[in-house]
Every structure is written in structure tokens, then in C-alpha cells.
Design a protein around this ligand. Structure first.
Ligand SMILES: Cc1ncc(COP(=O)(O)O)c(C=O)c1O
Length: 414
């Protein structure tokens, strides 16, 4: 098996056959699974480094370089001595630029005191969960979900409540499903639009309906909008916080620089939230990372204030790949897929192959050298009748073509 089976849980540490099993890690961490998507990317990289011809569709990382003017700004900042701590919540100038962006792009009015710059949008989500959830609070997470949400909720002492969705609802939670899974302990719901791994984008009306349920019970909404700029076919991205003052007060909007500006390694994300939550987020951060990296923040400032043309070029390229991949996938035996309108992923239903997703991904990598992420990473276990894999098209058209040829060959035998 190339991939560990998450259903079997983490390995126990044994000191010797005679001593009782003992773990030196905390009970919280013992229950946590490492990120399967990162593990697969690493495995594919190792195979490549060993000279194997691997098509890697596993990664969640843009394949473009960070634009030169952004890199130059960080280098200049370094040379000018921007090497000390910033305020815990980030550079005031950057927070001001983020506030201006939220106003223009998202119709959201925030003061800089309500914005916190964090070490990646992943860190923003984690900070938000830490700031909002008390032990035992429940967090509603629609499945398929981004692999880190349930584990982050657990790290914050909260209980993830997974709500399976289906292809019929376009992999989106409905207000009815939300209500069905609510309890007196529900503190938060996580909405990720455009979504990873499904590429689903919630419409204004869908968000309004979910917002109405949340507002009725004062449930905080963590709105992860990291793929905001990657929407296709004229699809509109809507920030749920912009729908009413009530929803703005309940929402922590998360966004960042990784996907829009191809700045994954810079580790910069941000949150916008009401002053009480914003202060709590800043406090969490002040005791954990102190602040994000200073010269990286200067790069981000130029990213957000500079020429945005790069984003359009990147989106057009992704769209080309998206349409090509959709066309190919629709023609491959035993696979089915719904058209993603955002992000850079396809969630592919492989149930007709009669293979488990884990088995499918395992065989595909070992025999055909194509890395994909099995749905186990996104909550397949909560959808008993369906097996899925995720294909990332953040890779060149040539590699996509080659990898899809191999997937076609592989599927022919099932
Ligand atoms: C849905 C979602 N949220 C957040 C992140 C994290 O982004 P960052 O690299 O800025 O931490 C990712 C990255 O893959 C993601 O897919």
C-alpha cells in the first residue's frame, strides 16, 4: 500500500514487546491523521526524484511562479532592513490594502483592526477555529471537505459534524441539511466557495439561504474564499458576509495570497471578522507565531496593490485545462464527473470501477504513475455509496494529456 489507510488510525509507538504500549504524543494528536494530500504530493515527488515518469495530479498548488514584481518587493524590503517583527495582526499598511481590496472586490467594509494577516489561509482557518470554538462545540463541515477542516476543529477541542452532500446538490450543503445536523452545541459552519475538492461555487441565493439558518441560531460562519479569483464561465463569487450586516457580524472571511498570486511558499493569508473575534484571532497569533514573516508581507502589499493582470492570465490558462480535462473525463469508461465552476480540481466519481478510492489511487500510482488524491482525504467515508478521487489541474496541458491517457488505459481494465 502506498498510502496509509486513515480508517485504521495512527500507528501506536511500542518501546519494546514487553512494555505496555505507550505514546509520547498527546491524546489530541494521537487522534489526528497527517495531511494525505501533502503525503501524496511528497510520494509523487520522491518517485520523480528516483527517475520515475510520474504525472502528479495530487497537488493543490499553482504551477506558476510568483510574479517578478512581487518577488522584487520582498527582496527590496529585505535589503532595506524589514527583518524585525511586525504587529501581531500584521503590517498596518498591508491590512489597509486588504481592507481596500475587500471593499472593492467583495463589497465588505472593514477597518484595519478587524483584519489579521496570518501565516497562510490554512493558519487563518486554524486561528478562526481557535478564536471561536470552546471545547465540545460542534462545527458543521459539509463533505466532501478540504482535508484540514475536521482536524483543525479537533485541534481547537471542537467536534466536527460532517454533513455528507451529493452530486445531486452539486456537492453543496442545503439549508435543510444544515438544519438537520444542527444541535444546541453548534457553534460554527464552514463554507468553502469556490470549493476544494469539488470546485463547487455557491450562488448568492444559496448563500443567503444558508446565512438565514446560521443567523437564526447565531452560528458563526467560517467562509474560506481562498479560491475566490478562480471562477469560470462568468460564475460570480459572492462573500456571504456581504449579504447583510447580521451575516457580516457572524462571519469570519478567510482569504490569502497562495492561490491568486501563486504565493504558496510565502505563507500569507488573512481573516476579516467583527472586532471581538478579530481581537481573539490576533491574541492566538501573538502567542503562537507572533506575526507573519515581515519581508513576505511587503511582497504581499505589492501583490494586492500592483497590476492584477497576472490573475486573469492564470485564470484563462486554468480554464483551458479545465475544459480539456472535463471533455476527456466525460469520455473515460467508468468515470463520472460534474463540471466544476471554480478552483482547480475535479472530484471524479470512480464507484463504477468497483474499486475503493484508496485502491484506485494506489493502483493508478504504482502501475500507471499517476498521482491523484483518494476521496478518503475529503470525507468519502461519510458517503458510503460513493468512491471519489481528486484530480488537480494545476499542472501543464501536456502533463494533463499524458496523465489522462494513462487514466483512460487504467479504467479500460475495470
Ligand atoms: C480550501 C483551502 N483553504 C485553505 C488553503 C490553504 O491555503 P494556504 O496555502 O494559504 O495556507 C487551501 C490550500 O490548499 C485550500 O484548498
Amino acid at each position: 500500500m502506498l498510502y496509509a489507510d486513515p480508517k485504521k488510525g495512527p500507528q501506536q509507538n511500542h518501546i519494546s514487546p514487553l512494555s505496555p504500549p505507550m505514546s509520547l504524543v498527546s491524546e489530541t494528536l494521537a487522534k489526528l491523521a497527517p495531511s494525505m494530500t501533502l503525503a501524496i504530493t511528497q510520494r509523487a515527488s520522491e518517485m520523480k526524484a528516483a527517475g520515475e515518469d510520474v504525472c502528479n495530479f495530487g497537488g493543490g498548488e499553482p504551477d506558476f511562479d510568483t510574479p517578478e514584481h512581487i518577488k522584487a518587493a520582498a527582496v527590496a524590503a529585505l535589503e532595506q532592513g524589514a527583518t524585525k517583527y511586525t504587529a501581531a495582526a500584521g503590517l498596518p499598511a498591508l491590512r489597509e490594502a486588504i481592507a481596500a481590496k475587500l471593499m472593492v472586490d467583495n463589497n465588505l467594509e472593514y477597518s484595519i483592526g478587524e483584519i489579521s494577516v496570518n501565516c497562510g489561509a490554512k493558519h487563518s482557518c486554524f486561528n478562526a477555529l481557535m478564536a471561536v470554538c470552546s471545547p465540545g462545540d460542534e462545527v458543521i463541515i459539509p463533505a466532501p471537505y478540504w482535508t484540514s477542516y475536521p482536524e483543525m476543529a479537533r485541534l481547537a477541542g471542537a467536534v466536527p459534524v460532517i454533513v455528507p452532500t451529493s452530486e445531486e446538490t452539486g456537492w453543496k450543503i442545503t439549508p435543510e441539511l444544515f438544519e438537520e445536523h444542527m444541535s444546541p452545541r453548534t457553534k460554527m459552519i464552514i463554507i468553502n466557495s469556490p470549493g476544494n475538492p469539488t470546485g463547487a461555487v455557491y450562488s448568492r441565493e444559496e448563500l443567503a439561504a444558508i446565512g438565514e439558518v446560521a443567523a437564526g441560531e447565531d452560528i458563526v460562519i467560517l467562509s474560506d474564499e481562498i479560491y475566490e479569483k478562480l471562477v469560470y464561465d462568468g460564475t460570480e463569487h459572492v462573500s456571504i458576509a456581504s449579504l447583510s450586516d447580521e451575516l457580516k457580524n457572524l462571519t469570519v472571511t478567510v482569504n490569502g495570497f497562495s492561490k491568486a498570486y501563486s504565493m504558496t511558499g510565502w505563507r500569507l493569508g488573512y481573516t476579516a471578522a467583527n472586532p471581538e473575534i478579530a481581537e481573539a484571532i490576533s491574541t492566538v497569533q501573538s502567542h503562537t507565531t507572533s506575526a507573519p514573516t515581515t519581508f513576505a508581507q511587503y511582497g504581499a502589499l505589492v501583490a494586492i496593490q500592483g497590476d492584477q493582470g497576472f490573475i486573469d492570465e492564470m485564470r484563462e490558462e486554468y480554464d483551458l485545462r479545465r475544459r480539456y480535462t472535463l471533455n476527456r473525463l466525460r469520455q473515460i469508461k467508468n468515470l463520472s464527473v460534474i463540471e466544476p465552476k471554480g478552483a482547480f480540481y475535479f472530484l471524479v466519481n470512480v464507484s463504477s470501477t468497483q474499486l475503493s478510492a484508496l485502491n484506485f489511487a494506489d493502483k493508478l500510482l504504482s502501475r500507471y504513475k499517476v498521482a491523484v488524491v483518494p476521496g478518503e482525504a475529503f470525507g468519502d467515508a461519510f458517503m458510503p455509496d460513493i468512491e471519489t478521487i481528486r484530480i488537480s489541474y494545476a499542472t501543464s496541458l501536456d502533463i494533463l494529456k499524458e496523465g489522462l491517457d494513462r487514466i483512460e488505459d487504467f479504467c479500460r481494465s475495470y
